[in-house]
Design a protein around this ligand. Structure first.
Ligand SMILES: Nc1nc2c(ncn2[C@@H]2O[C@H](COP(=O)(O)OP(=O)(O)OP(=O)(O)O)[C@@H](O)[C@H]2O)c(=O)[nH]1
Ligand SMILES: [Zn+2]
Length: 327
């Protein structure tokens, strides 16, 4: 399933040619309350011809090999914090799009995405845009210990490196407003605008959609046979992490996790744990203190504390868009 708009699901048949018509479907009653999300592999019955006006029915959702989730907020004790949504099913890669300038990179946002990727069991890829405006050194320095894969994008640069990292996989793109995500999507899939327009037309004339849409990447000479798919997530500005356990949160910080073998039993690893081994780990220069500070901010945010130390870092302010819709 590649797009949904007001109860109408757009599907592509497995192994269909890239130019084959899409199939429009509705949910069958037997699905019960199970939600169908972009990326789901589904069983269809009825008219799957794809001719105008044809309507199929989704009768089955195949088991998902990965599930990318978000909550509206971080704090699970609030109603919003309990509102958990599946953003995309069966993705292989989370492409974190961040500008190097205008707007400046927000490592707090990137750290949050890394946790979401770990929780979803999908690979992260850092996509640094506007490389014509600033160098990547500061951002890359922050992630030295992680060996995070990354690509640099400038307006005139070839996208071959990115395309080869997207080939054969389903990649979800996330990023803040203004980072150049739409520009990138349009460069990767020049027909994207038209494809999205077609989908929206099914939903009675609405042309901008806030739900996720999967776009098939075009075949490019010299690259592998299957160019892959990207999933654009216009309504998802960030990931509330209320659904992520403290344990998974820590695993999003793979540069810190090793230190905690020396923590006392039941250590919460929060900033006020005096015996926590993380402080010594950072003091020994084995991880970046800014990463520990970021981890502590996320922990505090999940506990419902807006700001543990009274100092506000505008780059790492809580980021959520309550209007964002994942489905
Ligand atoms: N200098 C420079 N500007 C860029 C680059 N990519 C995009 N821009 C500009 O950045 C601005 C924002 O780009 P968009 O593609 O609209 O950003 P977006 O992330 O999709 O933001 P929304 O449309 O708000 O979701 C536009 O004015 C683009 O022309 C780049 O690589 N370098
Ligand atoms: Zn600890």
């Amino acid at each position: 399933m590649i797009a949904v708009d007001r109860g109408r699901y757009t599907c592509v048949l497995a192994a269909a040619a890239p130019d084959a018509p899409t199939v429009t479907a509705m949910r069958a009653r037997e699905l019960g309350r199970k939600s169908v999300v972009v990326g789901d592999r589904v069983g269809l019955v009825g008219d799957t011809s794809g001719v105008p006006g044809a309507l199929a029915r989704i009768v089955r959702i195949e088991p998902r090999r990965s599930v990318l989730r978000r909550t509206a907020e971080d704090d699970a004790s609030t109603a919003e914090g309990r509102l958990e949504r599946v953003v995309v099913a069966n993705a292989d890669q989370l492409v974190i799009v961040s500008a190097l300038a205008d707007p400046p990179p927000r490592t707090g946002f990137i750290d949050r995405c890394l946790v979401a990727a770990y929780d979803a069991d999908i690979e992260p890829l850092l996509c640094l845009t506007k490389a014509d405006l600033a160098g990547p050194e500061t951002v890359l320095d922050y992630y030295t210990e992680l060996e995070l894969p990354y690509v640099l994008i400038r307006p005139d640069s070839s996208l071959d490196a990115l395309r080869s990292l997207l080939a054969g996989r389903v990649s979800v793109l996330v990023g803040h407003s203004g980072v150049g995500k739409s520009t990138l999507v349009n460069r990767l899939v020049p027909e994207a605008e038209r494809a999205v327009g077609t989908v929206s037309a099914i939903g009675r004339g609405r042309h901008t959609s806030t739900s996720a849409v999967a776009l098939r990447l075009p075949a490019v000479a010299g690259l592998p046979d299957d160019p892959g798919w990207i999933v654009d997530t216009p309504g998802v500005r960030s990931f509330g992490l209320a659904h992520v356990s403290a344990e998974s949160l820590l695993h999003g910080f793979s540069d810190l996790v090793e230190a905690t073998v020396d923590c006392p039993a039941n250590c919460s690893h929060s900033a006020d744990e005096t015996e926590c081994a993380l402080a010594a780990w950072v003091a020994d220069g084995r991880a970046d203190p800014r990463r520990l500070a970021s981890y502590h901010r996320l922990l505090a945010s999940r506990a419902g504390e807006t700001d543990p130390r009274g100092a506000t870092n505008p780059r790492d302010e809580p980021e959520h868009d309550p209007r964002g819709r994942a489905e």
